[in-house]
Design a protein around this ligand. Structure first.
Ligand code: NAD
Length: 495
């Protein structure tokens, strides 16, 4: 295992092109900042269009050979990548923590999920990727379909969960026979560059490539390139709009996994203690609310509203329960915001909470000196206190906009109908949580909630065994093998 803390300090990571580590042609690099301290801890390539061209040509050059392999052989490659994960898990998890500020995943849950996705893609390669359907045409014609890959897929990653989003895009796209270019967000690039290096050592050259650079510099070039056939973005609605415009002249198949303003709804018959922990895990710990499915709107039935708020406050102001600090120390429970731009954005929302229409229940402070007083090493880190704000209704700014930080609103409701009305009163539709012991109520909520994912008496349960998508402005398409292959319809006249 590589000790990242010692070895990678100010290491310059490179793009992965055609199986090789390559710096940007003009040698430009950008800083990778540790969000807990604000210090530079590694360097990453600052790629330009000429580098983007190289990476696309590498993927294009490898496509035919990769697509022509039997699906089973591609599956064998996916399994080998899954087998590789445990050996490098400690290193990859540490890089992820340095990148996104989530407290180190002591038990390696993330590594286990990554491994399982690669194994799932291995099975999917043969079960789905290599198979089509037969159709009874009834006209003397025999109809059938074959599944074909799209070609070159560009996967664009957000900074909050680089390794997970890398994996769900690359694994299924590769299993289906596409070749792949991954572009991580700059503030989450180091883990992706190293992960890409490890994966590319297993695959034929050019099948999986990684390029680091700013979205503004190389984003349009990558997505609009005529040699690119599919783009899968996990990111914001603003970027989805830019990609839609950039690809207008050369239409491509698009997957958009976008943001959310998800309701986490507690009914009076719920197991209150279980629900309170579900509310906390949904938006505060362990990722400081930087998760697309964050349960940022807590809808609580009025009869239990004070009790639930009281218990939330008790836990979230308990210094043993909420422990900020060194993100590599697994006894801490909450990390910082992942990068400076997002930190400033979250701070603006916390400032908004001082207006008359809000009542801050707990939190409301930000900055290393405020959140971690007396610990100068964290003074310049992007620290924010978990913050809960009471709002009278769903119309306020804090109840409507995606904050993407540890800031939630609490909204009371009286009836099931009102809960549904408030929950659906948003442009987003990524996820929803429901806490109740009533099976009928749970099913009615599942039926009525406008969300791609609904969890009952649990929250944020995602994995390789279920699809993951949004509705409304939360996007469309899933990073599954079905979405990375297309059916070709064939008919043979059999007389
Ligand atoms: P972002 O949209 O700012 O950036 C996402 C990626 O797009 C980055 O790699 C960026 O460099 C790239 N990009 C920027 N401009 C581009 C352009 N013109 N062309 C191509 N690529 C471009 O999003 P973010 O701030 O990194 O991530 C936070 C957002 O992602 C939130 O809205 C969050 O909800 C969402 N998210 C969604 C999911 C999901 O699965 N639904 C998961 C995680 C995050």
């Amino acid at each position: 295992m590589t000790n990242v803390s010692e070895k990678s300090k100010l290491t310059t990571y490179g793009n992965i092109i055609n199986g090789k580590i390559v710096q940007a042609k003009d040698g430009a690099v950008a800083d990778s900042i540790d969000p807990s301290t604000g210090e530079v801890w590694a360097k990453i390539p600052s790629s330009k269009k000429e580098d983007a061209e190289l990476v696309i040509q590498a993927a294009r050059g490898a496509f035919e050979g990769w697509a022509d392999l039997p699906a089973r052989t591609r599956g064998d490659y996916m399994r080998k990548i899954g087998d590789m994960i445990p050996e490098y898990a400690a290193e990859l998890l540490e890089l992820e923590t340095r990148n996104n500020g989530w407290v180190l995943d002591e038990y390696g849950y993330l590594a286990e999920v990554l491994k399982q996705v690669w194994y799932d893609a291995a099975s999917a390669a043969t079960l789905v990727g290599g198979q089509g359907r037969t159709v009874q045409m009834g006209t003397g014609d025999f109809g059938f379909t074959v599944r074909k890959p799209y070609g070159v897929v560009v996967g664009i990653l957000p900074w909050n969960a680089p390794l997970f989003t890398f994996t769900i895009k690359a694994a299924y796209a590769l299993a289906a026979g596409n070749t792949v270019v991954i572009k991580p967000a700059e503030s989450g690039a180091v883990g992706s560059l190293r992960y890409g290096e490890l994966i590319s050592q297993i695959l034929p050259p050019g099948v999986l490539n990684v390029i680091s650079g700013s979205g503004r510099e190389i984003g349009d070039y990558l997505v609009s390139h005529e040699e690119v056939n599919k783009v899968s973005l996990t990111g914001s609605k603003a970027t989805a709009e830019r990609i839609t415009k950039a690809t207008a002249h050369s239409p491509k198949s698009l997957i958009f996994e976008l943001g959310g303003k998800s309701p986490n709804i507690v009914f009076e018959d719920a197991n209150i203690e279980q629900a309170v922990h579900g509310l906390i895990n949904g938006i505060f710990t362990p990722n400081s609310g930087q998760i697309c499915v964050g349960g940022s709107r807590m809808l609580i039935q009025r009869s239990i509203y004070d009790e639930v708020i009281g218990r939330l406050k008790e836990l979230m102001t308990d210094k043993e329960f909420v422990k900020h600090g060194n993100t590599l120390d697994t006894t801490n429970t909450m990390g910082p915001i992942a990068n400076e731009a997002q930190f400033k954005s979250v701070c603006r929302y916390i400032d908004e909470a001082s207006k008359d229409e809000y009542e801050v229940v707990f939190g409301g402070k930000y900055g290393g000196q405020e959140v971690l007083p007396g610990q100068p090493e964290f003074a310049d880190g992007y620290w924010v206190q978990p913050t809960l704000v009471k709002v009278a209704d769903n119309s306020t700014k804090l109840a409507r906009e995606e904050i993407f930080g540890p800031v939630a609103v609490a909204i009371p409701f009286d009836t099931e109908e009102e809960a549904i009305q408030i929950a659906n009163d948003t442009n987003f539709g990524l996820a929803a949580g429901v806490w109740t012991q009533n099976l009928g109520l749970a099913h009615r909520m599942i039926d009525k909630l406008q969300a791609g994912n609904v969890w009952v008496n649990t929250y944020a349960r995602v994995g390789a065994d279920l699809p993951f998508s949004g509705v409304k402005e939360s996007g469309y398409g899933t990073d599954s093998i079905l979405d990375y292959s297309q059916e070709k319809a064939c008919v043979i006249n059999i007389g």
